[in-house]
Design a binder for this molecule. Structure first.
Ligand code: ADP
Length: 257
């Protein structure tokens, strides 16, 4: 509670009383804490790759460049860390755009089957790298949406399904129309998510297992971007998961008008 008091003085310096203003700032304080955590997280996430790039560059300049194997190994690390920085900055910019209260998508009739097929193409190299099969059952459904944004949603969900699954497993994607909505399931046979973690998945930078997720190359921003993009479409996302069995993300989108 924020308290502010002031005397009220009338004519001839006469005391009339005291005005006390009490202001409930707990909501404000919470917001402020969320903002501080966010800034701390961003700084940490940005600092880690920069520290590594600086360290390896200095070592190279100090003479390690003369040793060809080290030179190559260090350059590869520098490249990997620069890519990571680039991805983080891109995700941060995306998130700050989609989080704005006035963010709007350019929604027009869009073939959701084509959106999913495009996302599939984009993740194809990752699927092949891990020998993960992708099975699809896609009805022809026209939604009201922004194709590029929806490709981004589908790509994020597919990349996660691949990242958190073992090799040789199967991911199933199906698209159907149920009443006045398009429904997409992305179902994996991956590591699954504890029930207690589900509520926090869509928070910025939230990761169930920080170390493992960072090694997997993610930024921890993917699902918050998904959630905001779907909300901007008047859609939504739901998760069902069992540890060691797999996870299903379901998205709902309004049909074209
Ligand atoms: P990240 O870049 O770390 O993948 P996301 O915002 O996309 O960030 O996801 C947040 C966290 O949710 C991940 O770090 C991971 O712990 C968990 N997660 C997301 N998708 C899956 C999935 N398909 N299976 C298991 N865990 C998942």
């Amino acid at each position: 509670l924020d308290l502010y008091g002031a005397p009220v003085i009338g004519k001839h310096e006469r005391w009339l009383g005291i005005v006390i203003v009490a202001h409930d700032i707990s909501a404000l304080k919470r917001l402020e804490q969320v903002r501080k955590d966010f800034v701390a997280n961003v700084s940490h996430e940005l600092k880690t790759p920069v520290t590594s790039i600086k360290g390896f560059t200095e070592t190279l300049l100090d003479g390690a460049y003369k040793d060809t194997p080290s030179l190559l190994a260090f350059l590869e690390i520098i490249q990997k860390e620069s890519n990571r920085l680039e991805m983080l900055i891109k995700d941060l910019l995306d998130l700050s755009r989609v989080e704005k209260a006035d963010f709007q998508v350019e929604a027009k009739p869009t073939d959701m089957k084509k959106v999913i097929e495009r996302a599939e193409e984009l993740v194809r190299p990752r699927l092949e790298e891990k020998s993960i099969r992708l099975e699809t059952e896609l009805a022809s459904v026209i939604v009201q949406g922004d194709a590029n944004r929806l490709i981004q949603v589908m790509t994020n969900l597919l990349v996660n399904a691949i990242t958190y699954s073992a090799s040789e497993t199967t991911i199933r994607v199906d698209l159907s129309q149920q009443q006045s909505e398009a429904v997409v399931h992305v179902k994996d046979q991956g590591i699954g998510i504890e029930a207690s973690e589900i509520d926090r998945l869509f928070e910025r930078f939230y990761r169930v297992d920080r170390a493992r997720s960072r090694n997997s190359g993610g930024t921890g921003l993917g699902l918050s971007i998904v959630k905001h993009l779907l909300e901007a479409h008047q859609g939504r996302v739901e998760v069902e998961s069992a540890v060691g069995v797999g996870t299903t993300f379901t998205i709902y989108l309004p049909l074209a008008k």
